[in-house]
Ligand binder design. Structure first.
Ligand code: ZN
Length: 333
């Protein structure tokens, strides 16, 4: 039998204690500028009475600021009296990445959302993944992970639930996604689900909701309002907070196959020809890549590969081979 190694991360909050606690997950990280130093990941726990636990996270990718802002706001406001059950808030999941404003960790280049289940004796990013895998996820019934497009993508604001083998669990996740009530709702098939936090939570049978709320590496008033409202809606839906959830119309979108994703094969600057939310037909030219090294050249056309709406786009002006240029989604009646 292999010995189970404990996590090096210690928590300054007691998950069983009633009331509001603000503290840290302390991850020892010895380095040049701090010999016996640590990464201090902020955490808030609010607990009262009997009820389910919600685990709310932001900055799984450190260039996505919508989650951190909405969750810092919640952590500063949420009172014990408002809660029946427990709310665990980690606004900056990959905290070194959030400090750097980058998708991945500046310490080890780790992409936290590809690092699960992690390792207690691995890199800093793998240690964070392992702590969520073995210590935090088992505490929760409902898990919300707030993403956006970060610096390189921009999405229509949507909440997402995955297509799962366990249809009862899928129905729970879809109901929670609908309760979040983003302007768009997507039943998602991942391109690359290995190592994702989503997959870790779903494999434990959790009710899991993720989001893509805008992007471009900058928060917007509209997407922050969606995040704040959605978190509250989800906590009400879970029975943790009192009140009634919003029931604004949400357009259901499907991403049925790999034709949703248009990948660049060229390097250059990208000319978008349609905006987010626009209707596109299969074969429509939706973007062009210009080689800017020389005049007189014809740009390369990129065409939609199915009928739908533009749900996501490459954000920076520069594009390189392998970048996602566009994401097309299909509205469901
Ligand atoms: Zn993300």
């Amino acid at each position: 039998m292999t010995r189970v190694q404990p996590s090096p991360i210690s928590s300054s909050v007691d998950f069983e204690k009633v009331g509001v606690q603000h503290g840290f997950l302390k991850l020892p990280y010895s380095r040049d500028d701090s010999a016996w130093g640590a990464v201090m990941i902020p955490i808030t726990v609010v607990k009262r009475g009997q009820g389910p636990t919600a685990l709310l996270t932001g900055a799984n990718h450190g260039d996505e600021f919508e989650g951190p802002i909405a969750l810092l706001d919640l952590a500063s406001r949420l009172t014990e009296a408002e809660v029946k059950g427990r709310v665990i808030i980690v606004p900056g999941m990959n905290f070194p990445a959030l400090q750097a404003g980058r998708r991945t960790s500046p310490i080890d280049k780790g992409n936290l959302n590809r690092a699960f289940p992690g390792r207690p004796d691995g890199t800093v990013t793998e240690k964070i993944a392992d702590y969520f895998q073995r210590s935090l996820l088992p505490l929760a019934e409902v898990v919300l992970d707030i993403h956006s497009g970060g610096r390189t993508l921009e999405f229509l604001p949507f909440a997402a639930a995955h297509v799962l083998n366990d249809k009862a669990q899928e129905a729970r996740c879809v109901a929670a996604m609908e309760a979040f009530n983003a302007p768009y709702s997507v039943k998602l098939r991942e391109i690359d689900a290995v190592g994702m936090y989503d997959t870790a939570a779903e494999e434990m049978g959790k009710t899991f909701v993720s989001t893509e709320l805008g992007g471009g590496g900058t928060p917007r008033a509209e997407t922050l309002a969606i995040a704040k409202r959605g978190i509250r809606n989800l906590l009400i839906h879970a029975g943790i907070m009192k009140g009634s959830t919003d029931a604004a119309p949400s357009t259901q979108l499907d991403m049925p196959n790999a034709n949703c994703f248009l990948t660049s094969e060229h390097r250059g600057i990208l000319e978008p020809l349609v905006g987010l939310g626009a209707t596109v037909a299969s074969g429509d030219v939706i973007a062009r890549v210009h080689n800017f090294e020389k005049t007189g050249r014809i740009p390369v056309d990129y065409r939609a590969r199915l009928d739908g709406i533009l749900a996501g786009r490459h954000f920076p002006g520069h594009v390189q081979p392998g970048d996602i240029i566009a994401v097309t989604a299909v509205p469901i009646d």
